[in-house]
Design a protein around this ligand. Structure first.
Ligand code: NAD
Ligand code: AKB
Length: 312
């Protein structure tokens, strides 16, 4: 086990990834960090450091002094929030990546994980079973930053032999930490509102299909990718990762199987255009053949997990 730093550990993925890696390797091996000055309560057991990824000197000093060897870089603005502040989204999503890639290029880091997203695809991409290699013309600042990030990961991989690995996560659904401002957040909020009030107003239209995944699958995929022998990994940019695909109408019906009185209404807002530019489902055959990826949770499993575990 290499000494690990998770940047953006206080977010939706970081919380669960930190807990999973600490369970696997021991809490002292995995340092959580975030811009939040207070240690997140979910991460109370184990080391925490407040770090701003945009403070390049502080991040470099910490990683070099602490002899960190693996970094998971999760700090970013997500699709919906990024559209409200495009300049800052570009800055945050790109500058942090260069800081970490350069540390690896200089030999301080042995391995990096940096997540991409289905947002790298755009309106000209084939939307069903979107392949690994296809037209990519993202129309959001978030998607543009992820596509550029993928290109830089591949470049550092090929040119400087940096071991940076990446997944194009679909929309992630979880109950331990809330989502941070994405277009797929409705598929988390719907469970909280179902339990709180028995009804939900959805910001996407009823037939908007998007690729989604339960968090346990996403964490397992991340760890499996990081542990795969490097020579087996043909994709040096970012792997397509498939889970399930459903519409708001289908997730509502799944909730109604447990709560027949649950109601939903639709009031699409600016996030509809973002969702309409993304794939409906993903072909992840490279992940399947290179590191034996297989998702486990279907819509019915996910609904049951969410309704059982959400604690209001
Ligand atoms: P999130 O918004 O929940 O968490 C991001 C964390 O980064 C937050 O805790 C935030 O405080 C922290 N942060 C923000 N600015 C920072 C800074 N300057 N320095 C240090 N920390 C900072 O996001 P998430 O959903 O956990 O996503 C993590 C990564 O995974 C992002 O790159 C995101 O694009 C990607 N991703 C997420 C999803 C998803 O559905 N959650 C899907 C695809 C890709
Ligand atoms: C978002 O909706 O922005 C994220 C993502 C799919 O990248 N959940």
């Amino acid at each position: 086990m290499r000494k690990t730093l998770i940047i953006g550990a206080g977010g939706q993925i970081g919380t669960e990834l930190t807990l999973a890696l600490r369970k696997k390797w021991g809490k002292d091996q995995v340092i959580a960090s975030d811009i939040k000055t207070e240690k997140p309560t979910n991460l109370s057991e184990g080391p925490y450091v407040a770090l701003d990824i945009l403070n390049r000197d502080a991040v470099r000093e910490f990683i070099i002094n602490e002899k960190i060897e693996t970094v998971y870089l999760l700090a970013a603005l997500l699709s919906a929030t990024a559209e409200k502040q495009p300049d800052f989204a570009w800055k945050l999503n790109m500058e942090g990546l260069f800081t970490i890639l350069d540390l690896a290029k200089e030999g301080y880091l042995k391995q990096i994980f940096w997540p991409s997203s289905i947002a790298v695809f755009g309106p000209t991409t084939p939307r069903d079973h979107t392949p690994q290699f296809t037209v990519m013309e993202p129309s959001t600042v978030y998607g543009i930053s992820k596509q550029a990030g993928e290109r830089w990961c591949e470049y550092y991989n090929q040119r400087y032999q940096v071991d940076v690995r990446s997944l194009r996560y679909p929309g992630l659904i979880s109950y331990k930490s809330p989502p941070g401002g994405g277009t797929t957040d409705y598929a988390v909020d719907i469970f909280y509102q179902a339990k709180k009030s028995g009804s939900y107003e959805c910001f996407l239209s009823e037939d908007t299909a998007l690729p989604m995944m339960f968090m346990d699958d996403a964490i397992r995929a991340t760890i499996e990718l990081m542990e795969a022998p490097r020579e087996q990994l043909r994709i040096k940019s970012s792997y397509n990762l498939g889970g399930i695909s459903f519409t708001p109408k289908e997730i509502a019906a799944s909730i109604q199987e447990h709560m027949p009185e649950f109601t939903i209404r639709y009031a699409p807002d600016f996030r509809q255009a973002i969702a309409d530019s993304w794939p409906k489902s993903i072909d992840d055959s490279y992940a399947q053949s290179d590191w034996n990826w297989k998702s486990e949770y279907n819509l019915s499993d996910l609904t049951q997990e969410m309704l059982e575990n959400i604690d209001l």
